[in-house]
Design a binder for this molecule. Structure first.
Ligand code: ACO
Length: 436
C-alpha cells in the first residue's frame, strides 16, 4: 500500500531508514539520524543558494513557476490588479482577508497618517552626498527610523508590531521621494493627506511651486497596479533576508533595511535599472542579433530575463505589458519598448532561451513604463522597494508568530585546514611571494 514515507538505505552501513513525507517534503533534520557511528554528526543536506530547500511554511503567496501562476492569499494576481487598490492588497497580504468598506477606510486613514517623517530623519537625509544612489539613501534612512522608534525592538507585542508595520508602509514612499528630491537638489515635499497612496507619492516626487499637486489619474492607477504586482513574491532573496535578519529578533526597521539592501542587487530588484542600461547600450533593433550572440557566448546577460522559480512567462510581466499601453496613451510611446519587444520576440524563438526556459520577468518591462512616467533609472529599484515592504512585513509577521521558527543559522561543509601548528613570525612566508 502506498505510504507517505521515504525509505533510504545507507550503503555505508547497510542500515535502512524510513522518513515521513509531508506536503511533498522531507525534514532535513530527519537525515541527522543517518550516521555511521555514535560519533558521526549525521547526514546534512547541501543546498547552496537554497535551490531545493523550503525554509518555512507560509500561507501568504502561492507561485506555480511551471504554469506561470501567482496568487496572494489565494487570489490570482490578475484579479487583484484589475479590481483592487494597492492598500487594499496590502491589507489582504498582512491580515489574510480583503477588507470590507469600513476596514479599508480605516486602514487607508491609518497609513495616510503615518506618512510624515520625523524631522531628524529629514536632517539625516540632508547629509547624503549630492550624487548618492537613491537605493543607498533609502536603505540607510529606513535603518535610521530605528533611532526614532526604539520601542520597535519589542517585537513580541502584536499591537506594537502593527504600529511599526503601519509606519513603514506609510513612510516608505516619503523616504523614496526624498531620496529622489535629494539626488536632483530639489527641496523635500511633505506628504499631502488628501491624496491617494500613489498620488501622494507622485506629489512628493514632482510638486514644484503649485499649491496642490494633482496626479494624472491614469498614471496614478498604473503606479498602483505596479505596486500591487510587486507587493510580495514568497521566499525571494530580499524576503529571505527579512526573515533571516528578523529571526535574530532585530527590530523591523533594521530588518527591512537589510531586505531593501538585498533587493538593490542587479540580480534581484536592481535588474529593472540594468534593463534600461542594456536597452540603451543596444540602441536600435538592428543591434539585437549581435547582442543576443554575446549573451549566448556568455559575455552578457539578458537582464530582465530568467527567474529562479518561473520557468514560464512571469504573470506580472503580462500585466505590465498591458499597463504600458495605458501609460503610453498619456505619455507617448517610449521608443525603448520597440527594442524590448523585438528582443523578447527573438529570445523566445531562440534555442538557448527555450532550452533554459528563460522568459521575461517582472523587471523586463517595468523600467520602460517608469521611464515614460518620468522616473530616472536610478529610482526604479526604490519604486520596487515601496510595495515590497508590505510583503517583507507580512512574511516577517508570519515568521515572528511561527512557533517552529528559530534564529536562521545554516550549516556549512568546512573545506579549510584543521588544527595546524602555530607559526612564529620569522617562519611565515608571504603567500603571494610563495606563489610567485
Ligand atoms: N541571460 C542569459 N542567460 C541566462 C539568464 C539571462 N538573463 N538567466 C539565466 N541564464 C542562463 C544561465 O547562464 C544558466 O545557463 P547554463 O545552464 O548554461 O549555465 C541557466 O540560464 C540557468 O540560470 P541560473 O543562473 O542557474 O538560474 P538562477 O535561478 O540561479 O538565476 C536569475 C535566476 C538570477 C534571475 C537569472 O535568471 C538572472 O541573472 N537573470 C537576469 C537578472 C534579472 O533579470 N533578475 C531579476 C529577477 S526577478 C526579481 O528578482 C525581481
Amino acid at each position: 500500500m502506498a505510504s507517505s514515507t521515504l525509505t533510504i538505505t545507507d550503503n555505508r552501513t547497510d542500515r535502512t531508514y524510513t522518513l515521513p513525507i509531508e506536503d511533498g517534503t522531507v525534514r532535513s533534520m530527519d537525515f541527522r539520524k543517518i550516521r555511521t557511528s555514535d560519533e558521526d554528526f549525521g547526514l546534512m543536506m547541501y543546498d547552496p543558494a537554497f535551490m531545493n530547500t523550503a525554509s518555512c511554511r507560509s500561507n501568504i503567496t502561492y507561485i506555480d513557476g511551471e504554469r506561470g501562476i501567482l496568487e496572494y492569499r489565494g487570489y490570482p494576481i490578475e484579479v487583484l490588479a484589475e479590481h483592487c487598490t494597492f492598500l487594499e492588497v496590502a491589507y489582504l497580504l498582512l491580515f489574510g482577508e480583503l477588507p470590507n468598506e469600513a476596514e479599508l477606510k480605516n486602514w487607508v486613514y491609518e497609513i495616510t497618517h503615518h506618512t510624515m517623517l520625523h524631522e531628524t530623519t529629514k536632517k539625516f537625509m540632508e547629509g547624503f552626498r549630492y550624487d548618492a544612489h537613491p537605493m543607498a539613501m533609502l536603505v540607510s534612512s529606513v535603518a535610521a527610523l530605528a533611532t526614532v522608534y526604539p520601542e520597535a525592538r519589542d517585537i513580541h507585542d502584536p499591537d506594537n508590531r502593527l504600529l511599526q508595520i503601519k509606519r513603514l508602509i506609510g513612510k516608505m514612499p516619503t523616504i523614496a521621494a526624498m531620496s529622489y528630491r535629494h539626488s536632483v537638489g530639489f527641496p523635500y515635499v511633505y506628504p499631502d493627506n488628501d491624496l491617494s497612496y500613489p498620488g501622494n507619492f507622485m506629489n512628493m516626487l514632482w510638486r514644484m511651486v503649485e499649491p496642490k499637486y494633482a496626479a494624472n489619474p491614469v498614471l496614478s492607477r498604473a503606479l498602483d497596479v505596479l505596486f500591487i504586482l510587486h507587493a510580495d513574491h514568497e521566499q525571494n532573496c530580499s524576503t529571505n533576508t527579512m526573515r533571516s535578519v528578523g529571526s535574530s529578533q532585530a527590530d523591523p526597521y533594521l530588518a527591512t533595511a537589510a531586505a531593501a539592501a538585498a533587493l538593490s542587487g542587479p540580480l534581484h530588484g536592481g535588474a529593472n535599472e540594468e534593463v534600461l542600461k542594456m536597452l540603451d547600450e543596444i540602441g536600435s533593433k538592428q543591434n539585437i542579433p549581435a547582442f543576443i550572440k554575446r549573451v549566448k557566448d556568455g559575455q552578457e546577460k539578458l537582464m530582465g530575463f530568467g527567474h529562479r522559480v518561473y520557468k514560464n512567462y512571469d504573470p506580472r510581466a503580462k500585466i505590465i505589458k498591458w499597463t504600458a499601453e495605458q501609460v503610453f496613451e498619456v505619455t507617448g510611446r517610449n521608443p525603448k519598448l520597440d527594442i524590448a519587444l523585438e528582443l523578447e520576440r527573438i529570445a523566445l524563438e531562440d534555442e538557448y532561451f527555450i532550452k533554459r526556459k528563460l522568459y521575461p520577468n517582472v523587471d523586463f518591462y517595468s523600467g520602460i513604463i517608469y521611464q515614460a512616467m518620468g522616473f530616472k533609472p536610478s529610482m526604479f529599484t526604490a519604486l520596487f522597494a515601496i510595495p515590497r515592504t508590505v510583503g517583507w512585513l507580512a512574511q516577517w509577521q508570519e515568521m515572528v508568530t511561527d512557533a517552529e521558527q528559530k534564529i536562521a543559522r545554516p550549516r556549512q561543509i568546512y573545506t579549510g585546514q584543521r588544527t595546524r601548528p602555530f607559526l612564529p613570525m620569522e617562519e611565515r612566508q608571504s603567500a603571494v611571494l610563495t606563489k610567485a
